[in-house]
Design a protein around this ligand. Structure first.
Ligand code: ADP
Ligand code: MG
Length: 679
């Protein structure tokens, strides 16, 4: 990998111009290296069988000659069917492709093709899913990638093949030989090739195992470096905060801190005061009052003469936190700023300047905070909310903007201590176990879709009393467009069913300022029902919204359902959460019963981890665990533990990775650092 041509932009490949490069960027692919490591999320096992052995409804691969001119039939909006006859020896089979009209051009009479699809015995026809390229149909394992509208499977695969041709032989091993031998892992070149073109299901499995180890190993190397740097810089700075000024904050609060909040604030204050760098994780359920605790930490740092920053994963959350924190701290003379991807250029430059000259005391924002232009005068406290949503490199970039700043991570999803240590490194843990007193527990109910009349009844009652409602649909597909469609359909239905109410749609693909407008409108009580995908999952605080209806609730993980539910029950009135689901499996039913029966986030997180199985793609973002491209922290936990040990040994022996044997590792980690700047 000494050869930097691997890290070159995709435009170095034939036929890749700026347009394709931009489309690839949408998938997170920027370099040839990214292409090589853009792995399929599953494989279609293409089985070929003689015609008389195929059963009705079976999925098979048929090879034959195109016998008739394909006929394109278009119907409805964007719907179409391409039909043609396929000759297999002396038999004729009818083949239909739905909604892939462009295939017609590739099906010339007499051409030999392979089609994969579902066979219908009675009609002797196939509903085909894909026209299979030569290369795939050789091995019988067709890789399926997560793609977009502009980059389809075929195109992506051809680009990956080009990247393989261009650079596979340049790949050097990140995982040391001894480790690969010990754990029977493939070499770098073997695993990359086999992930894209496995010869068998067995080989695909081995490649995946090797790829997971590699992914975890790199992650743990980053983490070990971060920890090492923290330990090196012994003697963090003791912060002499001003208790008199802090008393003013306490006096200005409209409520008293709960006992748990007090305890946690004291733990944090002890850390701030101590000579060593704080590394603390604050766990507390949604609505338990973590933000106020963060405000106490921020204000203490400021009274001690430092700046503070709070980084959160979404635009909406950043905005919400900003208003809340500004409301509390501005009267005390603190200058609070908001910096996100949407901050206008002029304002942005102003913020950069005031951060550097120290006029701004605390800045709240998204990834925008880790840009190179953000330079603090004296950053002393870094708070990261929902830290599992950020990569190690991103956290590190923010931390490096200060001189040994104290670090506070916050999460609403508790994870077991050993797991936390494995994926976040050494941290002290603080907990808020009990929500502030005076809250009425949310009444939760699980309803099936044929009980909608009851749900509507309750909705009408709440609306009649002037309350507002969230209606949430899950992200249920791999395609964002489809998710949007679900939300749009729900929006249309609710608009029809509640004609005298103001219904509004909020979704992830809207520009940030539009999202903000819709949210502030809802917060101001101007709209009655907010229909949304899970964009609102974290942090939104509208006390008058006391009901939430979650559609297809079985498509969410327990933790995510709990997080969503945490958006309501923030005022002093009775709140209701209705989960609509028709789960088919026992575990699906069990999950609905559990979520309806308890509001204890700690208990739910435990259950969630227990139930999380292979293939459970939902609610990852809310699991409290970092996301990986191929590995899964829970399912592949043992691999993670081994990877951690191996990585730590390497960093211990060679912290700066100066050994020439570690050159490859150094290059890869450097590349990871670069990646963060693309966000
Ligand atoms: P979290 O960030 O943990 O989800 P928040 O900090 O947003 O929770 O708090 C939720 C709501 O509870 C906010 O409206 C906040 O003002 C309020 N709150 C926080 N602490 C207390 C308290 N001790 N007593 C009463 N209300 C509180
Ligand atoms: Mg919060």
């Amino acid at each position: 990998m000494s050869n930097s041509k691997l890290f070159a932009a995709v435009t170095d490949l034939k036929g890749v111009g700026t347009k394709t490069a931009a489309d690839l960027g949408g998938l997170g692919i920027y370099s040839i290296y990214d292409l090589l490591y853009y792995f399929p999320f599953r494989y279609d096992e293409l089985q070929t069988l003689p015609l008389d052995q195929i059963m009705d409804g079976q999925k098979v691969l048929l090879k034959g000659l195109v016998a008739t001119q394909p006929y394109v039939n278009r119907f409805g909006y964007k719907k179409s069917r391409v039909s043609f006859k396929l000759r297999i020896d002396h038999e004729i089979i009818m083949v239909n492709f739905f909604n892939q009209p462009w295939l017609a051009k590739q099906l010339e009479i007499g051409k030999e093709v392979a089609v994969y699809g579902k066979f219908e015995l009675a009609k002797q026809s196939m509903t085909a899913f894909k026209l299979v390229a030569k290369k795939e149909n050789d091995s019988g394992m067709a890789p399926i990638y997560s793609v977009s509208k502009n980059i389809r499977q075929k195109k992506l695969l051809s680009l990956i093949d080009q990247a393989i041709e261009f650079g596979l032989s340049e790949l050097e091993d990140v995982v040391p030989l001894a480790i690969r031998q010990k754990y029977r892992l493939m070499s770098e070149q073997q695993l990359v090739y086999a992930m894209h073109h496995p010869k068998s299901a067995q080989e695909a499995k081995l490649a995946k195992r090797s790829a997971i180890f590699r992914e975890f190993f790199i992650f743990q190397l980053q983490l070990a470096q971060l920890t090492y740097q923290g330990q090196q810089k012994v003697g963090g700075k003791s912060k002499n905060y001003d208790l008199n000024e802090i008393a003013e904050l306490t006096a200005s609060l409209p409520f008293q801190l709960s006992p748990d909040q007090k305890k946690v604030v004291n733990e944090i204050y002890a850390d701030l005061h101590s000579q060593s760098q704080m590394r603390r994780l604050l766990q507390g359920d949604v609505g338990s009052g973590k933000t106020v605790v963060a405000v106490y930490a921020i204000y203490a740092a400021i009274t001690a003469g430092y700046q503070a920053t709070l980084m959160v994963p979404t635009e909406i959350l950043a905005t919400q936190h900003f208003y809340k924190i500004e409301q509390l701290l501005k009267p005390l003379g603190v200058r609070v700023a908001l910096l996100t991807g949407n901050t206008k250029a002029l304002e942005r430059r102003e913020i950069y300047r005031e951060l550097t000259d120290g006029t701004i005391n605390v800045v709240i924002g998204t990834h925008a905070l880790i840009q190179d232009n953000v330079i603090f005068k004296k950053l002393g406290l870094v708070i990261i909310d929902e830290q599992h949503r950020f990569g190690v490199a991103q956290r590190q970039a923010l931390i490096n903007k200060g001189d040994r700043p104290d670090i506070l991570a916050m999460t609403a999803t508790p994870i077991p201590r050993t797991l936390a240590l494995t994926v976040y490194g050494e941290m002290k843990v603080s907990e808020i176990r009990h929500s502030p007193a005076g809250r009425k527990p949310i009444i939760s109910e699980w309803k099936t879709s044929n009980q909608m009349a009851d749900v509507y009844q309750l909705m009408r009652e709440q609306l009649a009393q002037g309350f507002q409602i969230y209606a949430v649909t899950p992200l249920i597909s791999e395609s964002e467009t489809l998710d949007l469609k679900n939300a749009e359909t729900l929006y249309e239905n609710l608009s029809k069913d509640f004609p005298d109410k103001k219904v509004i749609l909020l979704h992830g693909q809207m520009p940030g300022n539009q999202k903000d407008d819709i949210m502030s409108d809802f917060a101001a009580g101007n709209t009655d029902i907010l229909v949304t995908t899970s964009v609102i999952e974290v942090g939104v605080d509208v006390a008058n919204a006391n009901m939430m209806v979650i559609y297809n609730a079985d498509h969410f993980g327990l933790s995510q359902l709990h997080q969503l539910r945490g958006r309501i029950g923030r005022g002093n009135t009775q709140s209701y959460c209705v989960f609509i689901a028709d789960p088919k499996t026992d575990s699906g039913k069990a999950r609905m019963r559990i979520i309806a029966s308890t509001t204890d986030g700690f208990k739910l997180a435990e259950e969630d981890l227990k139930m999380r199985g292979e293939g459970d793609l939902f609610g990852k973002a809310q699991s409290g665990l970092p996301e990986f491209k191929i590995g899964n922290v829970v399912n592949d936990y043992n691999t993670m533990v081994v990877a951690k040990e191996v990585a730590e040994n390497i960093i211990k022996a060679d912290p700066e990775l100066t050994d020439k044997n570690h050159k490859v590792i150094k290059d890869v980690l450097q590349y990871k650092q670069l990646e963060q700047n693309r966000l």
